[in-house]
Design a protein around this ligand. Sequence first.
Ligand SMILES: [Zn+2]
Ligand SMILES: [Zn+2]
Length: 143
Amino acid sequence: MPNETVPPQDPRALLRRHGLRCTAGRLRIMFLLRSSGQHLTPAEICTQLTRKGSGRHSTTVYRSLEALTAVGVLHAVPGPGPTRYGMSDEPHHHVACQRCGHVADLPSDPLADAVARIEQLTGLRPGTSGSLLLYGLCAACGD
Ligand SMILES: [Zn+2]
Ligand SMILES: [Zn+2]
Protein backbone atom coordinates (compact mmCIF):
# COMPACT_ATOMS: atom_id res chain seq x y z
CA MET A 1 0.00 0.00 0.00
CA PRO A 2 1.56 3.35 -0.99
CA ASN A 3 2.24 5.62 1.92
CA GLU A 4 -0.11 8.42 0.80
CA THR A 5 -3.17 6.23 1.24
CA VAL A 6 -2.54 5.89 4.98
CA PRO A 7 -5.23 8.04 6.56
CA PRO A 8 -3.64 11.00 8.33
CA GLN A 9 -5.49 10.01 11.49
CA ASP A 10 -3.84 6.58 11.59
CA PRO A 11 -2.19 6.73 15.03
CA ARG A 12 0.76 4.56 14.02
CA ALA A 13 1.52 6.69 10.97
CA LEU A 14 1.12 9.80 13.09
CA LEU A 15 3.64 8.58 15.67
CA ARG A 16 6.12 7.56 13.00
CA ARG A 17 5.82 10.91 11.27
CA HIS A 18 6.75 12.60 14.55
CA GLY A 19 9.64 10.23 15.14
CA LEU A 20 8.00 8.57 18.15
CA ARG A 21 8.07 4.85 18.78
CA CYS A 22 4.67 3.13 18.50
CA THR A 23 4.45 1.85 22.05
CA ALA A 24 1.27 0.12 23.14
CA GLY A 25 0.81 2.71 25.88
CA ARG A 26 0.96 5.68 23.50
CA LEU A 27 -1.41 4.02 21.05
CA ARG A 28 -3.94 3.23 23.80
CA ILE A 29 -3.90 6.81 25.00
CA MET A 30 -4.44 8.07 21.45
CA PHE A 31 -7.28 5.62 20.77
CA LEU A 32 -8.89 6.51 24.08
CA LEU A 33 -8.77 10.27 23.53
CA ARG A 34 -9.90 10.04 19.93
CA SER A 35 -12.81 7.73 20.66
CA SER A 36 -13.92 9.70 23.71
CA GLY A 37 -13.96 12.97 21.78
CA GLN A 38 -13.33 14.66 25.13
CA HIS A 39 -10.51 16.36 26.95
CA LEU A 40 -9.44 14.13 29.81
CA THR A 41 -7.19 14.59 32.83
CA PRO A 42 -4.28 12.18 33.33
CA ALA A 43 -6.20 10.62 36.24
CA GLU A 44 -9.26 10.06 34.03
CA ILE A 45 -7.05 8.55 31.34
CA CYS A 46 -5.45 6.19 33.88
CA THR A 47 -8.88 5.14 35.21
CA GLN A 48 -10.27 4.46 31.74
CA LEU A 49 -7.18 2.53 30.64
CA THR A 50 -7.44 0.40 33.78
CA ARG A 51 -11.14 -0.18 33.13
CA LYS A 52 -10.25 -1.40 29.64
CA GLY A 53 -7.76 -3.82 31.20
CA SER A 54 -4.69 -1.97 29.94
CA GLY A 55 -3.74 0.03 33.00
CA ARG A 56 -0.33 1.68 33.04
CA HIS A 57 1.64 3.20 35.85
CA SER A 58 0.56 6.82 36.09
CA THR A 59 4.17 7.99 35.64
CA THR A 60 4.24 6.21 32.28
CA VAL A 61 0.93 7.80 31.29
CA TYR A 62 2.21 11.27 32.25
CA ARG A 63 5.39 10.73 30.25
CA SER A 64 3.43 9.56 27.21
CA LEU A 65 1.10 12.56 27.45
CA GLU A 66 4.09 14.91 27.59
CA ALA A 67 5.80 13.28 24.62
CA LEU A 68 2.62 13.25 22.51
CA THR A 69 1.82 16.87 23.37
CA ALA A 70 5.38 18.04 22.66
CA VAL A 71 5.11 16.90 19.03
CA GLY A 72 1.54 18.16 18.63
CA VAL A 73 -0.24 14.79 18.41
CA LEU A 74 -2.21 15.78 21.51
CA HIS A 75 -3.00 19.22 22.81
CA ALA A 76 -3.12 20.31 26.42
CA VAL A 77 -5.76 22.56 27.96
CA PRO A 78 -4.64 24.10 31.26
CA GLY A 79 -6.90 24.11 34.36
CA PRO A 80 -8.55 25.12 36.68
CA GLY A 81 -7.69 21.73 38.09
CA PRO A 82 -5.39 19.31 36.32
CA THR A 83 -4.38 19.89 32.70
CA ARG A 84 -6.66 18.07 30.27
CA TYR A 85 -5.55 16.44 27.07
CA GLY A 86 -7.38 16.17 23.78
CA MET A 87 -6.81 14.80 20.30
CA SER A 88 -8.55 16.10 17.22
CA ASP A 89 -7.84 16.66 13.54
CA GLU A 90 -10.22 19.60 13.45
CA PRO A 91 -8.73 22.95 14.46
CA HIS A 92 -10.68 24.20 17.43
CA HIS A 93 -10.57 26.52 20.39
CA HIS A 94 -11.63 25.69 23.93
CA VAL A 95 -14.07 26.95 26.52
CA ALA A 96 -13.31 25.89 30.07
CA CYS A 97 -15.55 26.07 33.12
CA GLN A 98 -13.72 28.20 35.65
CA ARG A 99 -15.24 26.24 38.52
CA CYS A 100 -15.08 22.52 37.61
CA GLY A 101 -12.61 22.64 34.73
CA HIS A 102 -14.96 20.99 32.20
CA VAL A 103 -13.65 21.69 28.70
CA ALA A 104 -15.72 22.03 25.53
CA ASP A 105 -14.54 22.42 21.95
CA LEU A 106 -15.22 25.58 20.05
CA PRO A 107 -15.04 25.18 16.25
CA SER A 108 -12.58 27.61 14.64
CA ASP A 109 -14.53 28.64 11.56
CA PRO A 110 -17.32 30.71 13.15
CA LEU A 111 -14.66 32.57 15.13
CA ALA A 112 -12.37 33.47 12.24
CA ASP A 113 -13.35 37.16 12.36
CA ALA A 114 -12.90 37.36 16.12
CA VAL A 115 -9.49 35.70 15.86
CA ALA A 116 -8.40 38.12 13.14
CA ARG A 117 -9.53 41.01 15.36
CA ILE A 118 -7.64 39.61 18.35
CA GLU A 119 -4.51 39.38 16.25
CA GLN A 120 -4.99 42.99 15.15
CA LEU A 121 -5.36 44.12 18.73
CA THR A 122 -2.69 42.01 20.38
CA GLY A 123 -0.33 40.68 17.72
CA LEU A 124 -1.05 37.15 18.91
CA ARG A 125 -2.66 34.52 16.78
CA PRO A 126 -3.69 30.93 17.49
CA GLY A 127 -1.43 28.07 16.46
CA THR A 128 -2.42 25.56 13.80
CA SER A 129 -4.54 23.51 16.20
CA GLY A 130 -6.43 26.58 17.37
CA SER A 131 -5.61 27.96 20.76
CA LEU A 132 -8.12 30.44 22.08
CA LEU A 133 -9.08 29.54 25.63
CA LEU A 134 -12.19 31.15 27.06
CA TYR A 135 -13.40 30.76 30.62
CA GLY A 136 -17.01 30.64 31.69
CA LEU A 137 -19.39 28.57 33.80
CA CYS A 138 -20.83 25.28 32.56
CA ALA A 139 -24.54 24.45 32.94
CA ALA A 140 -23.87 22.37 36.07
CA CYS A 141 -21.86 25.11 37.77
CA GLY A 142 -23.78 28.19 36.58
CA ASP A 143 -26.04 30.03 38.98
ZN1 LIG B 1 -9.25 20.35 22.17
ZN1 LIG C 1 -18.51 23.56 35.65
